[in-house]
Design a protein around this ligand. Structure first.
Ligand code: SD4
Length: 325
């Protein structure tokens, strides 16, 4: 009895201490402490993130908002025919069509997305229009296309000789292998923090190569491919969308940061959750995260993932830590 009482007092003590600690962390996270970077911070997936971040910085320098920056940054990659996972020249689906997914989220909690959008070069900008000009969050397929046309976007064939060639190669065997491993993905996701400490995010992709027609991944799903909570931070995902959706990856990371996890620990915890439920041997998933104090981090299942960081007006490429060594 005495022991029980002692245990109770001890546990209550621990609970009070952790509450105090978490309040302290909250206060530190407190969202009054903005980043110390001179100039905004940008974080983008993969090495193409370097170009995207530079464009984002340029956008801010020429008077654009943080939202403009994360939109304009990833537009550069959408227009790059050499990038085979985003926009122009993206990987076709199982019928040879390029069906794009994108989403954008602002610091005021508003967001917009499109999925299975065809023949439009800049899904990210259509996603922004969905956010700003409709009461909806997500428009799909022909509905998204018709909306884009009504907003003045131009129809464009996004297939390049390269994407057609890859499709022809794949078609020879038509082997349906809905797997994203270390070699075959490079979605761009970007997180940005402006000089006032406000956080924004964007994500755009052609998704899983040769995906079943109609398959949608995590990238246009708010909470999976991207999530921002301006009181806490933001996160973006890349990799096998199905695994990311199953754990609401980006939203979980933001919630973990709310409860005191550092960005890297939050990304790691999300990867660990995926590894508990799935055989991760052949799948790649990676997350990047940024918190309100301007701290950032990333974590992936396998080696090979990197991200571009712009801080103090300098841009560099950082190798992510990973679960499988
Ligand atoms: C998807 N997450 O459609 C995307 C693919 C990706 O780098 O990230 N590729 O599942």
């Amino acid at each position: 009895m005495k022991n029980q009482r002692r245990n109770f007092i001890f546990n209550a003590g621990i609970a009070t201490a952790s509450l105090f600690l978490s309040k302290k962390l909250n206060k530190k996270r407190g969202f009054q402490y903005f980043h110390k970077s001179k100039g905004p911070i940008f974080l983008s997936t993969w090495d193409h993130g370097i170009e995207a971040n530079k464009e984002a910085l340029k956008t801010i320098d020429s008077g654009g908002s943080g939202l403009d920056a994360v939109e304009q940054g990833v537009r550069i990659i959408e227009s790059d025919p050499e990038n085979t996972s985003v926009g122009l020249g993206g990987m076709p689906d199982s019928t040879g069509k390029i069906a794009l997914d994108a989403c954008i989220m602002s610091s005021d909690g508003s967001c917009g997305a499109v999925c299975m959008l065809e023949n439009i070069e800049h899904p990210i900008s259509v996603a922004r229009k969905v956010m700003e000009d409709t009461p909806h969050v997500l428009l799909a397929a022909e509905g998204a296309y018709d909306f884009a046309i009504s907003k003045g976007f131009k129809k464009k064939n996004l297939n390049t000789s390269n994407s057609k060639k890859s499709y022809r190669e794949w078609k020879k065997e038509s082997k349906y292998k809905p797997i994203i491993n270390v070699e075959n993905h490079d979605t761009i996701g970007m997180l940005g923090m402006d000089d006032n400490g406000n956080i924004f995010g964007s994500c755009t992709t052609s998704g899983l190569a040769f995906k079943r027609r109609g398959r949608i991944g995590d990238s246009p799903i708010i909470g999976a491919g991207l999530f921002i909570d301006n009181e806490v931070g933001g996160a973006v995902a890349t990799g096998l969308g199905e695994s990311i959706i199953k754990i609401a990856g980006s939203a979980i990371i933001v919630e973990l940061m709310r409860h005191g996890y550092s960005p890297i620990d939050a990304c790691k915890e999300a990867v660990l959750r995926i590894s508990k439920n799935e055989d991760i041997e052949n799948i790649q998933v990676a997350f990047i995260a940024l918190n309100k104090s301007g701290e950032y981090g990333a974590y992936s299942v396998h080696p090979g993932f990197n991200y571009a960081l712009t801080e103090n007006r300098k841009t560099s490429l950082i190798d992510s830590d990973h679960l499988r060594k």
